[in-house]
Design a protein around this ligand. Sequence first.
Ligand code: ARG
Length: 360
Amino acid sequence: MSESEASTECPVSSFNEWDPLEEVIVGAVDGARFPPWHASVGAPLSPEQRALFQERAGQPFPADRVAAARDELDQLVEILAGEGVRVRRPEPRDHGKSYGAPGWSSTGLYDAMPRDLLLVVGDDVIEAPMSWRSRHHAASAYRPLLKEYFLRGARWSSPPKPELPDELYVDGWTDQPEGEPFRSVITEFEPTFDAADFIRCGRDIFAQRSHVTNALGIEWVRRHVGDAYRVHEVTLADDHPMHIDASLMPLAPGKLLIHPDRVPEVPEIFKDWEVRTAPPPVIPGDHPLYMTSTWINMNVLMIDEERMVVEAQDEPMRRLAEDWGMAAIPCPFRNFNSFGGSFHCATVDVRRRGGLNSYF
Ligand code: ARG
């Protein structure tokens, strides 16, 4: 481990996924809607999910599902607060309002997954230039918090505002044939990325290209964070990539959790780390998952190197944590999972105690 810079009094300070969590934003599911149909929305989804998104385009998600997910988010908030973490929430919005730019218009999605949107690197909160038109104003619900952090001394950054014209999307896109390299639905028209395609290990940040993150987006982050960081692009074996945090999850220095199939070769840099594969998910096949695979089970949140928030019914993940020297903190979250994420997606760590280190 190399030098460490002491953490500051800045309200925003987080360099990795495991230092002791002091302040976190937990998303809100109220007002969640299926976005208007667009090829880029369908690309990361399974055929069944695509069909449902087409059928329900523009409609609210079922009210009973939203209520069940809201209840679980509230339980997560209680648990985190009980562990001594300061929890902040967005201001939920009406996602049925239409907005647009030259050439297109859209309604919104939800405010449930702050991890998708906000990339915290040290004292800098970066608003991702998201490629889904339905997420173009995703930051709004978080703006009151971002303004507060800025006033209190944090940096607040945003890449060039994406225009999201038709040229950003591959005309007539179809899935790559089985066994062929990943074919993204987005072009290199302009930089776009989702924050959840990045995962932070101090001076080393790992990123994947996906259906929402292009090479220009990764390059923008690389230049923005500068020489103190190394941004590594990793290629995973995910047929429908969108967000790295159900494939490659660093849990603590020297502990890497991976998806059993999506990481055929663990990047060389992790050679001194212990690598374990996520246990098979226990989410039943008939449980609605609108946007993800069942591997959302590995989307855990570390409160510190020794405390992991795990889904209450996920016995195998609880055992993995305990076998690996961590305490598992159970929280019911299966209903929230339906909306496309678990604890890591539903949160963004604003402050973790600790400084900028190298772990390799
Ligand atoms: N694409 C992943 C899967 O289907 C889910 C990633 C969710 N992550 C997130 N930050 N919303 O397994």
